[in-house]
Design a protein around this ligand. Sequence first.
Ligand SMILES: *Cc1c(COP(=O)(O)O)cnc(C)c1O
Length: 235
Amino acid sequence: MSTSADPVRALADRLAEVDDRIARAARDAGRDPAQITRIVVTKFHPVALVDELYRLGVRDMGENRQQELTAKTAEPGDRAGLTWHFIGQLQTKKARAVRAAAAVVHSVDRDRVADALEAAAGEGAPVLDVLLQVNLTDDPGRGGVSPAGLEALAAHVAELETLRVRGVMAVAPLGESPAAAFERLRAHADTVRSVVADADWISAGMTADFAEAIAAGATHLRIGSAITGPRPVHG
Ligand SMILES: *Cc1c(COP(=O)(O)O)cnc(C)c1O
């Protein structure tokens, strides 16, 4: 762990350390680290942190709440080439604001959410990359489509003109080994590819389990606290 007293230096150290661990896990899995996108999750942190990460070269960042995403993207500043990923549960009434701020939505888990994102496309809006979030738990209250509903959801979203299905996303359940859960996700990714052949993204892996996710084929990691440090307490 970094011990630097300078907070920007400490942030740079943590980023480099995580990137080393990603590279090592990729090589252990016989994979090319360059094929893996590391998204830094900045939720609950101020936009100053976004700008520090940007200066350190980070170009993919993630937020899980629409209000915070909208607020951060509205802050003035030069963040050319920065891709925002929306990774949180999405309500249909927030679809317009999310679409306006994010280039990728990881959490499409029902037809209605996809339809709302489609309806939110303005004139000439760029195609929105979406991932289908799969619920890896037995609790239907958790975010994500059930594995049984995944193929039908993929077929529905594939018909929408301004959305592009890129793959799947999931969070590892508590109380189960993440490696086993991510192996199931790999099979769910195959299901989606049976509908949309080039949908080969797998968004999986957080601070606690990104090495397991890489071993199971994750292409997009969503890493927060290992890079940003602990999140500020949120009211
Ligand atoms: C917060 C969050 C993350 C990052 O979590 P860490 O454990 O801090 O790495 C990843 N994915 C989702 C959906 C999140 O909400």
